[in-house]
Design a protein around this ligand. Structure first.
Ligand code: BGC
Length: 700
């Protein structure tokens, strides 16, 4: 049974603590471990755990950005680099991956997620785990991983962090659970429950979630750690009347380690003496923790890879920076590109303007040991490659230490001062194209970073409109942790790019895309709303009894709004390239698929444009009738296909009966015979479809 502490070592900690939170650095961790092993009675090495979320010193794009690469291989590589940098600094375990499915971008933690799709989230959760852990967590440069926040935390009501969630078992099993299960099946060594109450019971003390699902059904045998102070919070949730009751509930639910709060230490002995917690429960928890320490090899070498010399050599080395640059480029999503304004040409004169043009605020709040001063800004990325004139102008970025007054003052004060405007006008008058770097500060997303207004600051939008009125093409680059409402920005821009929080090499990666050195291939893994009133918004929704015949506001008595379209501004799977692709109709090898069988689906893809490009060919399915209403579309596969101009290729997918199953509460994975639609196309709105029928063997 463990206490996970966030402070320096002292006598109290030596007697009570089994792991340390957030303490990193080879020298410090070695010194603390040494002292601890000398002083402690049992000589059981400490476990050093911290949040290595998307890099340790070399910071990759935020997870939502990385996810837009549609490349589990890339995510695995970034996680392996993060593990290597962390391990030499003495880290044994990271609180990653975050496998929370998200549907509401008011919630600040969408930045830490990989998006709204259970299939992609599962691929990514596994990729993170493989990258951190490899085949053997005791191997050099490997660290253990902890999947979080089990479960449903991403469905926080109204997008407010820590808020309650109410999710049916059908939804949990088919949308919210799969990525957790995938992480666990990939060998993930720890689970952290969410802060949220799930269907009335906080996850930290939810026996159905932890005992029935995690332990019994999924056979997870490694430790479970509470989230930070989550045991204390059981009283605030109204589940427990005192810290003692909270400790009892958490321990009996199966929490093995308590993070930061100290109720296990304070109340554990009494609870055991009173028979409220059994020795068997405590022994089982202790065994799980000891086994993890053993698997990490800490009993043989309590310092594992911690090494100050290796830190110097490995942190932020050339190869790691190169991967950060590649991943920044691959996470950029090109949302609009009118008149082929991109890529830029060498002889063009570019005016670079805006609060993120030369801004090193490119890391999110999980920047770990990443340093702003080590980040490459957009200006630095562009400077030596094209003729770029930077108009410094006025500060349009609000103070990241946001207050209600600040946000709302900004809304009222939409004017820039005259000197700024003059400097912009001068730059613009002499340029061929404008690059305008806008966005929201990193601190406006992340934990406790929920927003009710997911707009660009008004001053920024005013500036965009003013520049757009100049008649020069405006290429707007958005830096943000979450999808913002971009309708107005899109309308005023000739080209629009979503650059997320792109990490240490952000400026270089984005410049690579702008100049065409890297071809844009990012695709959204989260829907971009037209307005906050559409949230929660996600492509894989269940149909309604009154679906809209078309995406219009005039059709009454069908499911939708009278003042806004149902469709997102940019849908799941969306993203442009510098070329155009044409899809043929779908060819099916058979119209019938038998239980246990497969069929083949193929299309011909042609690059019909003048640029080479990578198309992300997406496969979706719809189950037309079943015991439960099934989503209007579900991603079931994708392939990235590189084609030169004029080139064609056949792209085929194997559809197995297994892919058609879903999890019916009380029955498990179930195959229901009937008709299915299959879509292969450019994004989740594709109408390129074919139909087939699933038959049970005995019917065939
Ligand atoms: C977050 C977790 C994180 C933990 C430790 C909590 O506030 O919810 O995601 O792992 O802190 O830093």
């Amino acid at each position: 049974m463990g206490l996970h502490y966030g402070f320096h070592i002292n006598r109290f900690l030596t007697e009570t603590t089994g792991s340390i939170l957030g303490m990193v650095g080879a020298r410090q961790t070695i010194a603390i471990q040494k002292q601890y092993l000398k002083d402690s009675k049992h000589k059981i090495p400490l476990l050093f755990m911290t949040d290595v979320i998307h890099g340790y010193r070399t910071i990759f794009p935020s997870p939502l950005g990385l996810a837009c690469s549609w490349s589990p291989e890339l995510i695995e590589q970034t996680a392996a680099v993060a593990a290597k940098e962390a391990s030499v600094s003495g880290v044994h375990l990271t609180f990653s991956p975050m496998a929370d499915l998200v549907r509401d971008c008011r919630w600040g933690r969408v930045v830490e997620s990989t998006g709204e799709d259970p299939y992609l989230n599962s691929l990514y959760a596994s990729a993170f785990v493989r990258g951190y852990q490899g085949d053997d967590v005791s191997a050099p440069y490997k660290i253990a991983s902890c999947v979080k926040h089990f479960a449903g935390y991403g469905a926080a009501e109204s997008g407010k962090d820590y808020n309650t969630t109410d999710i049916s078992e059908y939804q949990l099993r088919n949308f919210y659970f799969p990525a957790f299960k995938a992480a666990i099946d990939s060998g993930c060594k720890m689970v952290m429950p969410g802060f949220n109450a799930l269907n009335g019971i906080p996850c930290t003390a939810n026996p159905w979630l932890i005992q029935d699902i995690l332990r019994e059904e999924w056979k997870f045998t490694d430790p479970v750690i509470t989230d930070c102070t989550a045991t204390y919070e059981l009283t605030a949730h109204g589940l427990c009347a005192s810290n003692k009751e909270a400790a009892q509930a958490a321990i009996n639910t199966g929490m093995d380690i308590e993070m930061v709060s100290t109720t296990f230490f304070e109340e554990g002995e009494n609870l055991a003496a009173e028979g409220k917690v059994s020795m068997q429960t405590i022994d089982a928890a202790v065994e799980r923790i000891l086994r993890l320490k053993d698997e990490l090899g800490l009993f043989e070498n309590p310092y594992k890879d911690a090494d100050p010399v290796a830190e110097e050599k490995i942190h932020l080395c050339k190869e790691h920076r190169a991967l950060a640059r590649e991943s920044a480029a691959k996470s950029v999503v090109l949302l609009k590109n009118e008149h082929h304004v991109l890529p830029l040409h060498k002889n063009e004169k570019i005016a670079l303007i805006g609060p993120y043009a030369d801004n090193k605020n490119l890391l999110d709040i999980w920047k770990c040991q990443g340093k702003e001063e080590e980040c490459v800004t957009l200006l630095e990325g562009l400077r030596d490659r094209i003729q770029v004139f930077y108009a410094e102008g006025c500060a349009l970025e609000e103070n990241p230490a946001i207050s209600y007054e600040e946000v709302h003052t900004v809304d009222r004060d939409t004017s820039c001062d005259a000197a700024c405007l003059n400097s912009y006008d001068a730059a613009v008058s002499d340029c061929d194209k404008i690059i305008l770097a806008l966005g929201e500060p990193a601190s406006w997303s992340g934990e406790a970073g929920s927003r009710a207004h997911i707009t660009l600051p008004k001053k920024q939008l005013e500036l965009l409109k003013r520049l757009s009125a100049s008649g020069k093409p405006v290429i707007t680059v958005i830096f943000s942790g979450r999808p913002l409402e971009l309708s107005e920005a899109a309308a005023a821009s000739t080209a629009l790019l979503q650059a997320w929080l792109p990490g240490t090499e952000g400026g270089n990666g984005i410049a690579d895309v702008l100049t065409g050195t890297s071809l844009p291939e990012g695709r959204l893994t989260i829907s971009f709303p037209r307005t906050v009133g559409q949230l929660p918004l996600y492509y894989n929704a269940l149909p309604t009894g009154r679906p809209k015949k078309s995406d219009s506001i005039t059709e009454r008595f069908s499911s939708g709004y009278i003042d806004e379209l149902n469709s997102p501004l940019y849908p799941f799977g969306y993203g442009l390239t510098y070329t155009t692709f044409q899809y043929s109709g779908i060819r099916l090898s058979d119209k019938v698929i038998k239980e246990g069988g497969t069929i083949e689906a193929a299309i011909t893809l042609t690059n019909t444009g003048t640029f080479p490009g990578t198309e992300t060919v997406q496969l979706y399915l719809r189950d037309l009738a079943g015991a439960y209403s099934r989503p209007v579309k579900m991603l079931k596969g994708f392939q990235k296909v590189f084609l030169s101009p004029g080139e064609s290729r056949t792209v085929d997918f194997t559809i197995s009966a297994e892919m058609l199953q879903y999890d019916i509460p009380g029955h498990g994975m179930t195959l229901e015979p009937g008709d299915f639609q299959l879509f292969i196309g450019v994004d989740s709105t594709t109408a390129n479809l074919a139909e087939f029928t699933l038959v049970k063997t005995r019917e065939s």
